[in-house]
Design a protein around this ligand. Structure first.
Ligand code: 13P
Ligand code: SF4
Length: 379
């Protein structure tokens, strides 16, 4: 369980909404100067430009986890991203040895807008995963299944993996994590993103016939018979990212037809049919590095969140960069973090009335940390 603490009276959000970006930026800079190294603002690559500009560090999910794990002297982490990222930061920044070194003091982790969730993470609830695990136990040897959760999941699911010999992955280390799992067991239960699970396992030579998709709403056994699971190597959860789901194979074909020589670069949360057609697939960090190294004049169509693609386009005018879909698809929840929320949450820190604190309970954090540390040791 994650608890959200807030102490009244605090600054209300509404007045911040009427300020323009210059005024908000100035006030945010004042808070940053006042806290110095005691404050760490982390920004995921999908954040709006003005938020990224005020972040001390930016990264993909894996890089941000490492940053939260390694910063030892800060007092506050303000996470400009989504809920599961703030939970992960809380678990890593407040792991027992770190807290002991700080005489028990917690690093406070703030999510500027509590409505910044992840619809994919919400597609696997802990009671559904526990029920699936129990049902699978009727037809398979559970000792021969490693549960793997994408980092885009609630802390309770990470804890489930910790308790059951499992592990966490991000889009940048999924292949190494699956290899780790297959060195231990014959099968993997992968949640919540079927696409990342499938795209990664296909690279390891596992076939679609060996990857049934578990439907948590099916009446029995996730919608398949026992024989299907006996053949399985990866049991995929029926979850997806609604942002990356909009990229279609026809978009790739249209670009290749229209712009000969164009390179297709996508995130592995895209469906298999898109991923298979792409030239390069990788995390947001890999997408950024690929574009940073691209030769002048080269042409790219990128299949990931709109704000990142737009930023890459602005930062690399010597390249021709297109958004892969004709339909605008941005992550509406990432977009909820704006300068008004950031300023509001920061000034409440100054006032001593922190808002939107994300704190994972000790028992959940303990087991989630087991799975996170396995991941950090793998990659
Ligand atoms: P990255 O780990 O690639 O940054 O992905 C996070 C995410 O939510 C993509 O949708
Ligand atoms: Fe979740 Fe998709 Fe948004 Fe990433 S882009 S945070 S997976 S909804």
């Amino acid at each position: 369980m994650t608890s959200v603490l807030s102490r009244a009276p605090h600054h209300e959000l509404a007045p911040y909404k009427s300020l323009d970006n210059d005024a908000l930026t100035e006030r945010i800079e004042r808070v940053r100067a006042r806290f110095g190294t005691e404050l760490l603002i982390l920004g995921h690559h999908y954040q709006q430009d003005e938020v990224i500009a005020l972040s001390d560090l930016r990264g993909d999910s894996y890089e941000l986890s490492k940053m939260a794990a390694s910063h030892s002297d800060c007092r506050w982490i303000v996470f400009c991203g989504v809920h599961f990222m703030a939970e992960t930061a809380d678990i890593l920044a407040n792991r027992p040895e770190r807290r002991a070194a700080r005489d028990g003091r917690r690093v406070g982790v703030v999510l500027p807008d509590l409505a910044a969730g992840c619809s994919m993470a919400d597609m696997a609830a802990i009671d559904q995963v526990e029920a699936a695990w129990e049902e699978l136990g009727d037809v398979l040897d559970l000792a021969d299944i490693t549960p793997v959760t994408y980092i885009n999941s609630a802390a309770s699911l990470k804890a489930f993996c910790g308790r059951h010999g499992g592990i966490i992955c991000t889009s940048s280390n999924a292949q190494a994590v699956l290899q780790w799992a297959f060195a231990r067991t014959r099968r993997v239960l992968f949640f919540p993103d079927q696409h990342l699970g499938r795209n990664t396992a296909l690279h390891l030579g596992i076939t679609n016939e060996e990857m049934p998709v578990w439907n948590p709403f099916a009446e029995e056994l996730g919608g398949h018979d026992e024989a299907t699971y006996q053949r399985s190597r990866v049991i995929l959860w029926q979850g997806h990212c609604s942002v990356h789901q909009v990229f279609r194979p026809e978009h790739v074909h249209q670009f290749r037809q229209r712009i000969p020589g164009i390179h297709i670069l996508v995130h592995p949360e895209c469906p298999q049919e898109v991923n298979d057609l792409a030239d390069i697939s990788g995390s947001t960090g890999k997408i950024i590095r690929t574009i940073a190294q691209a030769p002048a004049g080269s042409k790219w169509a990128i299949g990931t969140e709109l704000h990142l693609v737009q930023r890459l386009k602005n930062e690399h005018p010597h390249l021709e960069i297109h958004f892969l879909s004709p339909i605008i698809c941005m992550c509406a929840t990432m977009y909820r973090i704006d300068l008004a929320h950031l300023c509001w949450s920061l000034e409440n820190l100054v006032a001593g009335t922190p808002v939107n604190l994300i704190e994972v309970d000790d028992e959940t954090a303990r087991w989630a940390l087991v799975a996170l540390e396995r991941m950090l040791a793998v990659s």
